[in-house]
Design a protein around this ligand. Sequence first.
Ligand code: ZN
Ligand code: ZN
Length: 388
Amino acid sequence: MRVMLDLSPEVRAALPDLVALRREFHQRPELAYAETRTAARVAAFLEGSGLSVRTGVGGTGLVAETGGAGRRVMLRVDLDGLPIQEQSDAPYASRVPGVMHACGHDGHAAIGAVAARILARRSLRGSVRLLFQPAEEGEGGAQAVVRDGVLDGVDLVMGIHLWNELPVGTLGVKPGPLMAAVDRLKIVVHGRGGHGGQPQRSADPVVAAAHVVTALQSVVAREVSPLQSAVVTLGSIHGGQAFNVIPDEVTITGTIRTFDEALRRSMPERLRRIASGVGGALQCRVEVEVKPGNPAVVNDPAVAEIARRAAARVVGEAGVVCPEPTMGGEDMAVYFERVPGCFVFVGSADAGKGLDQPHHSPRFDFSEDALGIGCEFLVRAAEEALAG
Ligand SMILES: [Zn+2]
Ligand SMILES: [Zn+2]
């Protein structure tokens, strides 16, 4: 696709830096709360920039800040890789066995570092706090940096995610719900184990678990309005050791995804009622535990409008798209519970070059043309936010 790109001379001059940093991070991915090398590299890159840099934020995160009074905008990028073995022939493929940047956070860290240096040289009408957040991948990084006071004095928050669901050259901006709330589910079906040849003397949790799994499909299909979105996925089921023994219990784990907060709060009761009712009918006791995770990412309409204007300056009106919401989750939501903000997707797929694998795939990679676009967007978003 052809789009009108408007990259500033500073971003254009920094394109080699963006690619080099991204590839360096990609080769040396670090898991949640172990991003010390990555954070140290960002800090080294920012040396001499005039930004005040604080390390160890939320454990392994980093904050870089411009001076200046007035409104303060926070720009957030993240640092962590995933426990995935990369399948790639790229010269910059991961050199760490079993660890990979399969979500694009290598690109985010590079974009944030370069954007920080550029913003440090601009005269701004307020100040910008660049947050390099650790542990985004389900490990509570956002909560950790919030506990360290990262939102103190912040008026609004913006963040980006490289996004292989959109072609490179586009920026996805959507007011309202964008990504789902993610809660964890654990179900234990307690039966009474015994001899496989004498089922009449047991209460079989394997059979009960099978019915529970089937019955839980009716929560979304029959209890949630067809006009609302929800997912209940049961991702693991474990029970028993031997072919001829009825075990005592079976454990099922899963994930619940919703957008609407009222619907989200109603889910534990529905799951409990159905699972214990079905299990009870089969003489098993069922425990259902729901562990709340991140809430839904809901973009503030006013901040989304600021983001949309900034995006249009980078990729033109035609390059700004309204992305489909996704049932994936993101801990950006933790900031948005406290401060208005907008999370923006940076189109990064180039199908012609095979750079369109889904996030978290062992073959994930993205078009590096998206790095300059993401960087230019962050810079302009900060300026646009402080201009008003
Ligand atoms: Zn991810
Ligand atoms: Zn991610």
